[in-house]
Design a protein around this ligand. Structure first.
Ligand SMILES: *[C@@H]1O[C@H](CO)[C@@H](O)[C@H](O)[C@H]1NC(C)=O
Length: 207
């Protein structure tokens, strides 16, 4: 036996004496570990739920539209009457949604013509819903170049309007649920009023 093995380094005189860890610190450490595990668990569950359910955004579309009137007052103020059918659809196979808030704006170029709110509704998986929207704009000021453009479009029998929808959508997954904003855009092309009909449309919905 060598003399070194009889004197283990632990017995070095500079080491402080061992003292017991405060139970509060133990408790905090255990809580921390439990909390971290819960977070990881929640993350994994969310991931699995998303992989299984594959959530998709509801869609906003314009099915038909009628341009009832376009009338220019004093060559600067627009009065317009448009009716359209909005088609809201929920393409999810395993998820119901609730449209909690719906606002629809009508634009001619970048000019806001009218704002319309719709009643909230719930939508089951795979369902689509048609909402008739009547948009009346009255005495909306348009700058001269837009007045000329609009007169030109009416003369050519092609009036282009833009519809912008802002929606708050609530999704329920099991016991959990979350809400997010969804934006629908449609550019619609109509023949001249009265009873101008929808001849073309381009719609997209994004978050
Ligand atoms: C509404 O949209 C859904 C999904 O795109 C479609 O299947 C359905 O035919 C549309 N309804 C109408 C009336 O266009």
């Amino acid at each position: 036996m060598s003399p070194e093995s009889e004197a283990p380094p632990r017995k070095h005189g500079l080491l402080p004496p061992r003292h017991r860890t405060n139970p509060m610190i133990w408790c905090a450490a255990v809580l921390c570990v439990i909390f971290s595990l819960l977070l990881i668990f929640a993350g994994i569950v969310t991931l699995i739920v998303f992989l299984v359910i594959k959530p998709r955004n509801p869609l906003f579309d314009t099915t038909s539209a009628t341009l009832n009137s376009v009338y220019l007052d004093s060559s600067a103020y627009l009065n317009s009457d448009l009716t359209f059918l909005a088609n809201f659809s929920n393409p999810n196979h395993k998820m119901d949604v609730i449209f909690e808030y719906l606002s629809i704006e009508l634009y001619f170029y970048d000019r806001l013509l009218s704002v319309q709110a719709l009643q909230p509704f719930a939508q089951r998986r795979g369902e689509s819903r048609l909402e008739s929207v009547h948009v009346i704009s009255s005495e909306v000021y348009l700058p001269p170049e837009l007045i000329m453009e609009l007169q030109d479009e009416v003369r050519r029998n092609r009036v282009v309007y833009n519809i912008r929808g802002t929606f708050r959508v609530k999704v329920s997954v099991g016991v959990g649920h979350f809400s997010y904003w969804l934006y629908g855009r449609c550019q619609i092309e109509l023949t001249a009023p009265p009873s101008g009909v929808l001849v073309a449309r381009g719609c997209r919905t994004k978050r």
